[in-house]
Design a protein around this ligand. Structure first.
Ligand code: SAM
Length: 248
């Protein structure tokens, strides 16, 4: 899969993909990440990418011409998806990351200043994408987040596919709790079931803990999940236990 990021500050992303799993995936040829300087798509002496807003007001707006030209040159695959990064966009989720990982090319346009000329959103891109309800100074951190999350779903990028399957959100639940050595730290003990060697028991414990954490921390995602009969039974137990603890 190929990722293309269009930005006026390519230096922000220069080391973003040069370590860890993403770097290894690039070396293995599983993905390619190209960061494009928007100024390379201008044709004037000053390489101007922004201008004052029509109608007056604060700040500067990114001009449409270099963005249209950049996307038209960069887009090489018929199934390429082009997103403008914007706090006004559709919320980026794990499910969308999974869908995007099946594409050949993802092009992300980073805005800056007051934003991007509206014609880009209206006529050029497939949509606008937001990483959350807050405003960043530019789209680059959002591009990093999106590339990283999509890349994890490309087969072979994460060494053990099982770890992606158990990750938070994949099955509509948060991940179960993880522990490592030491067995006891400042009086805090690792749950004994994890040393039992009984894999069935450990699996059941992890399933219950994943449900319990989701119920406690993210009831909103649990409400959207279709639970199996076993999960319903476990959840009933968890709720009853919670009620008992409250009344104690
Ligand atoms: N005036 C714009 C608004 O209120 O909707 C905000 C512009 S923001 C200062 C500059 C750029 O940062 C945006 O064009 C966008 O590319 C990026 N950006 C800011 N917040 C973002 C978010 N939550 N998700 C994705 N991109 C974001």
């Amino acid at each position: 899969m190929r990722f293309d990021i269009i930005t006026i500050f390519p230096e922000i992303l220069s080391s973003a993909f040069s370590a860890g799993i993403i770097k290894k995936a690039i070396e293995k040829g599983l993905l390619e990440i190209k960061v494009h300087n928007l100024r390379d798509y201008t044709h004037d002496k000053h390489r101007q990418v922004d201008d004052r807003p029509y109608g007056g007001g604060e700040g500067m707006v990114l001009k449409p011409e270099p963005i249209f030209e950049a996307v038209e040159k960069i887009k090489i695959y018929p199934d390429a998806v082009v997103y403008l990064l914007s706090p006004q966009g559709k919320r980026f989720t794990s499910e969308l990351a999974r869908q995007l990982a099946t594409k050949s090319q993802l092009i992300l346009i980073c805005g800056r200043y007051e934003g991007v000329d509206e014609r880009v959103a209206q006529y050029l891109v497939d949509g606008e994408l937001s990483i959350g309800d807050y405003v960043l100074t530019g789209g680059e951190p959002a591009a990093w987040v999106i590339v990283d999350a999509v890349a994890r779903f490309i087969p072979g990028v994460v060494g053990k596919p099982q770890s992606v399957i158990h990750d938070s959100f994949f099955n509509g639940l948060l991940d179960y709790p993880h522990y490592t050595r030491p067995r006891e730290f400042r009086g805090m003990k690792v749950p004994s079931v994890l040393f039992s060697g009984d894999h069935e028991k450990i699996l059941r414990w992890r399933k219950r803990k994943a449900l319990e954490k989701t119920w406690r921390l993210r009831p909103d995602i649990l409400a959207q999940k279709e639970l199996s009969s076993e999960e319903k039974r476990l959840l009933d137990d968890i709720i009853k236990e919670g009620e008992r603890n409250e009344s104690d």
